[in-house]
Design a protein around this ligand. Sequence first.
Ligand code: TRP
Length: 336
Amino acid sequence: MENNQTEAKKVIFSGVQPSGLLTIGNYLGAIKNWVSLADEYDCIYCVVDLHSITVRQVPAELRRRIYETLAVYIAAGIDPEKSTLFVQSHNPAHAELGWVLDCHTQFGELSRMTQFKDKSAKHADNINAGLFTYPALMAADILLYQTDLVPVGLDQKQHIELARDIAVRFNGIYGDTFKVPEGFIPQTGAKIASLSDPTRKMSKSDPNANGYVAILDKKDDIIRKFKRAVTDSEAVVRFAEGKDGINNLMNIYSCFTGKTHAEIEAEFAGKGYGDFKMAVGETVADKLAPIQAEFNRLMADKAYLESIMKQGAEVAAYRSKKTMRKVYKKLGFVQV
Ligand code: TRP
């Protein structure tokens, strides 16, 4: 990994919470793109377990999902020899820098975060301080590694801007400390919508399971969900304003096949929505099949997953130590 640094590749950092099933929205919006970045960039991908406890978790489930999230990363094609894969709580520097950044983030800034507003509405009985300060911890995740680029879905854009503001502020007060990161939001795939309500984002916490396709869904379920997807009454497969359902299916199909919207329109000219939905369902199921097989193989080999966690945590700790020393020194803490 030190090699990567001397080669001065740009640093990429991103993370996914181990808080639920991953959907094809997570896959297309984030993980699939991460795979293609590994050659060109110095990539660090994290399972952000500290973030997931801002809402109550069942400990045994959380533990299993941490393994699962790592297994999905690897099954999707992220090579742990090329990229750093690790679990956030295995590197204590995240919590340490998180606290420092808490003290450099304003109440007003955090109050404006839309994810906080949404989540506190959803979990009105547990609006804890961590839920509120979560974006400062996310900023710590990113700034610890002097990250250049943060590939995320559109919903995280506001958090990235806050991370930038915090970095600029800290650098302004104490002198150059952090690289100011940029968001890296993919064109297609950034926003995959729910199949049952295509005006909303596809979400793993959707109470209607027909709204999302999980990466680990069975072929029959995938096809059934696409068959039921909400569309419109025009019965022409074309990408156009007001056709949210069809647009979404075209985006999904495009992401999985690499075909353009024009190519998809030509392929389904004169055909009905039934044929189109069937094709999308079959394609998604077939593309996910090898990922699912690899996932199952990895989940049966916990020792291997743990060895990757260990190796990643060492690299992550080593790399973040440099930033932490700089931060503590600039703050005026005594180093012995
Ligand atoms: N907040 C992100 C989400 O909910 C997850 C996340 C935490 C993250 N830390 C990060 C993403 C750092 C990118 C970089 O999806």
